[in-house]
Ligand binder design. Structure first.
Ligand code: GRF
Length: 180
């Protein structure tokens, strides 16, 4: 079984999934950002990496190249882990794709969600894993875990706690979906 993890930045979820599931499933990385730290992590972990530099192409060209690449890889599942570009409808229609989002959707979709929840002053936030459709963080919810925001907690500490939850639930959801 093969999955392709798509990531644009830091890659802590990518590394966590590779460490937890790498011996049970074939994992490849895709990034559209050649300077992303996740690529360094993949090198260290010896994970095969595909890069299409987003900035070097017109949007249509990029979408087509990405579609063809993914089609060639034929992953059972595409796993978004901090992938910061919208996927084209053609890709969304063709593949099974999941995403992890650092809030309790439908609250705080889009970017900077941890900070948005923190600044809003909600008392409970959390993490959502969902199917990807053509909207932004709108697909059917697969799993959620909530977290109480303690009084006086710093934004940095909240971010740390959210990432801990992400690292706990994303591999669990993957295991279930892949039947591992
Ligand atoms: C995570 O917070 C995830 O929920 C969001 O992007 C972030 C990626 O973090 N979609 P990392 O690159 O895995 O460290």
């Amino acid at each position: 079984k093969k999955i392709v993890i798509m990531a644009s930045g830091n890659g802590s979820n990518f590394e966590n999934i590779v460490k937890k599931l790498g011996n049970q499933v074939d994992i490849e990385l895709f990034s559209e950002n050649k300077n992303a730290y996740v690529i360094k992590r993949a090198e260290k972990l010896k994970v095969k990496t595909h890069i299409i530099d987003f900035k070097s192409y017109y949007r249509d060209e990029y979408d087509e190249k990405l579609y063809n690449l993914l089609k060639k890889q034929t992953p059972e599942l595409i796993v978004l882990a901090g992938y910061m570009k919208l996927l084209s409808p053609k890709i969304v229609d063709k593949f099974k794709i999941i995403n992890i989002h650092p809030s309790l959707l439908p609250a705080f979709p889009g970017v900077n969600s941890i900070k948005k929840a923190y600044n809003y002053g909600v008392k409970i936030t959390g993490v959502t894993v969902h199917w990807v459709d053509n909207g932004i963080d709108t697909g059917k919810i697969i799993e959620q875990k909530s977290l109480k925001i303690d009084k006086g907690i710093s934004l940095e500490k909240l971010e740390e706690k959210i990432h801990e939850i992400e690292h706990e639930i994303y591999p669990c959801v993957l295991k279930k979906l892949l039947g591992l």
